[in-house]
Design a protein around this ligand. Sequence first.
Ligand code: 5HU
Length: 131
Amino acid sequence: MNVYFCGSIRGGRDDVDVYRRIVHALQTYGTVLTEHVSSSVLSDTGEAGTPSGDRGIHDRDVQWLRESEVVVAEVTQPSLGVGYELGRAVDMKKKILCLFRPSSGRSENIQVNKAEMPYAYITSCSQLCPP
Ligand SMILES: O=c1[nH]c(=O)n([C@H]2C[C@H](O)[C@@H](COP(=O)(O)O)O2)cc1CO
C-alpha cells in the first residue's frame, strides 16, 4: 500500500520530529512515498537544489498523490503546501486522515468536511507510536 504523508516544509519545520515518528509508524503499514518530508536534513527552504525546481516537485508530488491509496497529514503547523495537497486529495477522492495536536495550543487551521477528511486528535506522540 502506498501512503502519502503531508507535513509542513516551507511553512516551518518545528514539528519534524513528530513527522519522523509518524512516518516510522506508517512504514509498518506500507510504503511512504513522501518520506523526505520527515527528514531532519530538509530545512524550510525545501528541496531547493532539485534541478526541475518547484514545478518538478509539484508534478512529482501530484503523481505520488495519484499513486497513493491513503493520505495522512499532520496539520498542526499551518502550511500552504499541505492545504493544497489536501484539496487535491479530496478531489481525487482519496482516503484522508488529518492528525492534529491540541497540546500545541494552536487552533485547527483548515476547514473540514469530516466525511471527506476525518480528524484524529493526538494528545501525545506516544499515543500514535509508543516510545
Ligand atoms: O520541497 C518541497 N517538497 C515537497 O515535497 N513539498 C510538499 C510535501 C509537503 O507535504 C508539502 C509542504 O508544503 P510547504 O512547503 O508549503 O509547507 O509540500 C513541499 C516542498 C517545499 O515547498
